[in-house]
Design a protein around this ligand. Structure first.
Ligand SMILES: Cc1cc2nc3c(=O)[nH]c(=O)nc-3n(C[C@H](O)[C@H](O)[C@H](O)COP(=O)(O)O)c2cc1C
Length: 161
């Protein structure tokens, strides 16, 4: 079974990156980092500033921050895990860029997120809207970076669906 963990991580704590690396190790998956062409500075990530780059992008539903690279053949994978930090209760706009950057039709997708406390909310529904209709979102879970057992379980649960 060929698996991919694709992730975006923005803060200097690299929380999603840490979870993604642990998940890839647990699942035996390839690892791909979704990188913005213009990296986010600390100021740009300030959600208390309504005019910061992240605030402006999150308010603009058409925002698609450019990425440096994408996955060439998503269909080569039996399952694709996509991970990101929760921004304003959902996925950051760069995840839309990624989902539109390659053909995910027919793909089996499992999403995971890290957050300061918010749950997944309607994140899976928001992502489904961007994916081709034939893509399946089979799992969606918030994971803490220190939760080794949950990460290992997620690697397996997602495979079984
Ligand atoms: C712009 C922005 C918006 C955020 N919105 C939320 C939120 O709605 N709920 C929440 O619990 N945490 C929120 N956070 C906190 C991040 O989800 C959390 O710190 C995450 O684990 C960071 O992951 P990273 O280190 O991979 O970037 C937000 C962070 C940023 C930068």
């Amino acid at each position: 079974m060929k698996k991919l963990v694709a992730y975006f991580s923005a803060s200097d704590m690299c929380i999603t990156k840490t979870v993604a690396e642990k998940l890839a190790a647990a699942a035996g998956a390839d690892l791909f980092e979704i990188k913005p062409q213009v990296p986010y500075t600390k100021e740009e990530l300030d959600w208390t500033d309504k005019n910061s780059r992240s605030s402006l992008e999150c308010r603009d539903k058409s925002s698609r921050p450019a990425i440096t690279d994408t996955v060439k053949n998503p269909k080569d994978y039996d399952i694709i895990f996509i991970g990101f930090p929760i921004w304003w209760y959902t996925a950051p706009p760069i995840i839309k860029t990624f989902l539109e950057s390659a053909d995910f039709s027919g793909c089996k997708i499992a999403i995971f997120a890290t957050s300061g406390g918010s749950g997944m909310g309607n994140t899976a529904g928001d992502i489904k809207e961007i994916c081709p209709p034939s893509a399946r979102i089979i799992a969606a879970k918030r994971l803490k970076r220190s939760a080794e057992k949950e990460i290992a379980e997620f690697a397996r649960v997602a495979e079984e669906q």
